[in-house]
Design a binder for this molecule. Sequence first.
Ligand SMILES: NC(=O)c1ccc[n+]([C@@H]2O[C@H](COP(=O)([O-])OP(=O)(O)OC[C@H]3O[C@@H](n4cnc5c(N)ncnc54)[C@H](OP(=O)(O)O)[C@@H]3O)[C@@H](O)[C@H]2O)c1
Length: 141
Amino acid sequence: MTTAEKRCPSPIRELKNNLAPLQSFSPPKPKFSTDQIPDLTGRVMIVTGGYAGVGKETVKALLQHNAKVYIAARNRQKATEAIADLKAQTGQAALFLELDLADLAAVQKSAQEFLSKEHELHVLFNNAIITLCTDSSCEEV
Ligand SMILES: NC(=O)c1ccc[n+]([C@@H]2O[C@H](COP(=O)([O-])OP(=O)(O)OC[C@H]3O[C@@H](n4cnc5c(N)ncnc54)[C@H](OP(=O)(O)O)[C@@H]3O)[C@@H](O)[C@H]2O)c1
């Protein structure tokens, strides 16, 4: 038995061996950074759920490259705070677009509001997660 085999009891070693193929699912080191985003002047973007987490970071990177960015989300207060924070960080102001993805009538109203303000949408970032919960489980959609 090798030293490694002595250190690692066989059920654990077996488990590690079985899990080894999963390492290929780890994302590789990125070859692209937000510094490489080109100038986005004149480009209109929507980031759903853009006032938190990954969405807020996305909005920040877009603002830093001069895009016009709508934060499409359901809580005006959270949006106002995030817009102020992002303005302090980037010098650019994102815009709020009211959107509750769990309510189809509200989605349609939101689309109409957007169309009343803009005639082009260059990129839609479908970032927001809706979590559907039943009595026994929750599922991201
Ligand atoms: N974080 C990670 O490590 C990771 C990894 C892989 C993929 N992702 C994906 O990246 C996306 C963002 O993840 P995150 O970790 O940044 O999530 P998060 O911080 O929980 O943000 C989710 C956003 O979705 C919004 N949202 C939820 N329900 C909504 C609804 N009905 N209508 C409109 N907006 C709604 C939330 O707003 P409220 O505050 O109003 O709920 C929030 O702004 C998700 O699609 C996630 O699956 C994340």
